[in-house]
Design a protein around this ligand. Structure first.
Ligand code: BGC
Length: 740
């Protein structure tokens, strides 16, 4: 046994040996071919890619999803190229394939890793049926700026929630065995720091201190590597002056050196050639040099590698060993996917698209993703049997495409069930629905239908407004500077409100919107994100109380855009604002005083708190938290403490609650966040049931990366809270001491 395979499991040994055997037969040009991914969606790909495939110049194709075409591409690669190496078939399967699940930010609001994993499995099965064997998801960029359009694709602002849901997604795509029919390789993206782009402008620059990279932005990626993710994608963005695609520190020193990643790294779309546009390199040749020596194994949709790597190797600037390392890691994934045994897809061997199970998972995900932001006087749920008519108003009540959200290349709009359709199905003829779209789309400023909307509201027993933003307002290259309700929606709300009836808003959106303009104008708000194919039935079940809302915010909702970035795990600073330092002006404590009394971290024209905190989400029942306690007041490094609370369901309905554990490390050699999520559990309680909810917390979970870049836990006092949001009030404390 050679040194390479000592200590590896049998299958891995076989793969390692096969990779080396194959590599030994490859020419330099064939090796660089494996490092090239090609866009294949212009016409009939086997015709225009055939010669390059035969010559072994393509390792992967992207953006073809016709199974016959893909089987033919594989056949050419396998039967007609010298070494018969099968292709990786890439596609962005971001939140579903034909069946569309809620946008990732919505899925994050479920706080349910099991459900997120099931959703990814549904997507994998449908994608695999089309011949896709590699997806570019999950996107695990920590996102603390709701202006950034790609927050929709993220799991929000929190390190722990993003890490857990990212790992769950990877498990769902890859399954236990990558070679199993229906498993596809995942790609954790975008490494690293993309979510921190200045002012939320997509592709903009980022400046992130190393301690913050390590404690925040890197952590979900480290968790993805631990979860066995096959591939990683670089970020388009500049990171501290070195664009991610040319950044050896992150791609080699940290990813491989520290974390031991053995999969491969793909660039983002043409991001190698963009190194020149960033101003890092002079030309494509230097970009190929920078990316390959930084650790990018495959180029997506560009030709810098194929044009320039051969020459760079001949000149001796790029070593053939480093090319071999890249190619070996690409071939390894192809072997793990079982492509050398069977590169072809038999669609009949996989379940039907949008089968009952897929739709059920999509509905459950939508149901658990919806967040009840407010519910004054029990405005929700509506009692269908007490109503004879409902006004259904707004541009998003019956918008099949829009409810799917961003990144739905393969999503089937025809499968969508809208809220209006679902309500008609549920209510039949027993309740009259007066539907007024009121606006052509959410951005419209034409308000000539507002009178009709007001009349419908006037004549009906209940009023439902479907507001928000269309799918095109979020996603890649779709950032917004103003994240209020677009168009004339605020005016629509005011007009309807003026008639004096309770108003319920259901908001569909790809990001947290600033809702200060309408929050006091409506009685209840259900925040439904872009809920996907089954959004309508899920929303309808919640509106009519067939289920109780249980989603919790994965991102803080600012009052105004100027508060951004606002997130729960901020630092305290030396002059933190508090409720006591706010001077009350006419009983409103949302403005800082114009005196020296304030002298703390305020904006003068808004409150220091968000409109809705991270983790917030109401239910139709009322959950109470009492009697928080710790199993020990003192533990030493390496031990565990158990933090528990009594959770009571004080209402008459069975319902689910996401119980959240937060801690604060009071003193650190680096200042520590005021709160960090350390655990969460989704629990279901019967009416009037009380249950003890416990979290085991090991001191390792309280470690952080310090000034020396090392992860350590420091002895000292810790606070712990358990509650239903990051505003949890039940608090206890414990001390960590040095090893006994
Ligand atoms: C995006 C990636 C995506 C790729 C392929 C890029 O523009 O940034 O997230 O996977 O395109 O479609």
């Amino acid at each position: 046994m050679n040194a390479l395979v000592a200590g590896m499991p049998h299958k891995q040994q076989d793969i390692a040996q096969s990779v080396q055997a194959l590599l030994g037969q490859m020419t330099l040009v064939e090796k660089i071919g494996q490092m090239s991914q090609v866009e294949a969606s212009h016409g009939y790909a086997p015709e225009y890619l055939g010669d390059r495939l035969r010559a072994g110049l393509i390792g992967s194709v992207i953006n073809v999803v016709e199974v016959d075409v893909l089987n033919e591409l594989q056949r050419i690669a396998v039967d007609e190229s010298r070494l018969g190496i099968p292709l990786l078939i890439g596609r962005d399967v971001i939140h579903g394939f034909k069946t569309v699940l809620p946008i990732p930010l919505g899925q994050a609001a479920t706080w349910n890793p099991t459900l997120v994993e099931e959703g990814a499995r549904v997507a994998a099965l449908e994608a695999a049926k089309s011949g896709v064997n590699w997806t570019f998801a999950p996107m695990i960029d920590i996102s603390r700026d709701a202006r950034w359009g790609r927050i929709a694709e993220s799991y929000g602002e929190c390190v722990l929630l993003t890490s857990e849901l990212g790992a769950a997604t990877i498990r769902g795509f890859q399954g236990d065995d990558l070679a199993a029919n229906g498993s596809i390789a995942a790609c954790a993206k975008h490494f690293a720091g993309y979510g921190a782009v200045e002012s939320g402008r997509d592709y903009a620059t980022t400046n992130i201190a190393d301690t913050k990279l390590r404690n925040v932005y890197f952590r979900p990626f480290n968790a993805a590597v631990d979860a066995g993710v096959s591939t990683l994608m670089t970020s388009f963005s500049d990171l501290n002056g070195i664009p991610a695609t040319g950044n050896r520190y992150i791609l080699t020193d940290v990813l491989r050196g520290e974390w031991g990643f053995e999969g491969f790294v793909v660039s983002d779309w043409d991001s190698i050639r963009q190194l020149q546009i960033h101003g890092l390199t002079e030309n494509d040749r230097e970009s190929a040099y920078a990316a390959s020596t930084a650790g990018v194994d495959m180029e997506m949709a560009g030709d810098a590698y194929s044009n320039h790597l051969p020459g760079l190797v001949e000149e001796g600037r790029v070593s053939e060993e480093s090319i071999d390392d890249s190619v070996a890691s690409i071939l390894r994934i192809k072997f793990e996917l079982g492509l050398f045994d069977n590169p072809y897809t038999d669609p009949e061997s996989l379940p039907e698209f949008a089968n009952e199970r897929a739709l059920q998972v999509a509905k459950e995900a939508a149901l658990q993703s919806v967040v009840l932001l407010k519910n004054d006087h029990g405005a929700l749920p509506l009692a269908a049997d007490e109503l004879s008519s409902i006004a259904v108003i707004g541009p998003l009540a019956d918008a099949r495409y829009e409810q799917l959200g961003t990144w739905i290349f393969d999503g089937d709009e025809e499968l969508s069930v809208t809220p209006l359709q679902a309500m008609r199905t549920l209510l039949g003829d027993s309740v009259e629905l007066r539907y007024v779209r009121a606006m052509e789309n959410s951005r419209s400023r034409v308000n000539d239908q507002f009178d009709a909307a007001v009349n419908a509201a006037h004549e009906s027993d209940a009023v439902l407004l479907f507001l928000g933003e269309e799918s095109i307002l979020s996603g890649e290259a779709h950032s917004r500077a103003d994240i209020g309700l677009p168009g004339d929606q605020v005016e629509l709300v005011r007009r309807v409100r003026a008639i004096g009836k309770p108003v319920i808003a259901v908001i569909l959106a790809g990001r947290p919107l600033t809702l200060s303009d309408i929050v006091d104008e409506v009685d209840a708000i259900l925040y439904a994100w872009h809920p996907g194919t089954m959004g309508g039935p899920a929303i309808t079940d919640l509106v009519f109380g067939k289920a109780s809302p249980s989603g919790k915010l994965p991102a803080t909702f600012p009052r105004v855009v100027g508060q951004i970035p606002i997130y729960y795990s901020q630092k305290n600073g030396g002059k933190p604002p508090s409720k006591d330092t706010v001077v009350h002006i006419d009983d409103i404590d949302t403005f800082a005083p114009q005196t020296s009394l304030g002298m703390s971290a305020f904006h003068l024209d808004t409150c220091f708190t968000p409109l809705f905190p991270f983790g917030h989400g109401l239910s139709y029942t009322w959950f109470g938290y009492e009697n928080i306690r710790v199993s020990a007041n003192e533990i030493s490094i390496g031990e565990e403490v158990v933090v528990s609370v009594e959770l009571g369901n004080h209402g008459d309905i069975e319902a689910s609650e996401v119980v959240q554990l937060y801690t604060r490390d009071l003193v650190g050699s680096l200042t520590r966040p005021v709160k960090e999520l350390k655990g969460f559990q989704r629990v279901r309680l019967a009416p009037r049931e009380t249950r003890t909810i416990s979290f085991k917390l090991h001191t390792d979970e309280l470690a952080f990366f310090g000034r020396d870049g090392k992860r350590t836990v420091e002895p000292g006092m810790f606070h712990a809270w358990i509650g239903g949001s990051s505003d949890a009030e039940q608090r206890t404390e414990f001390r960590i001491t040095e090893h006994r």
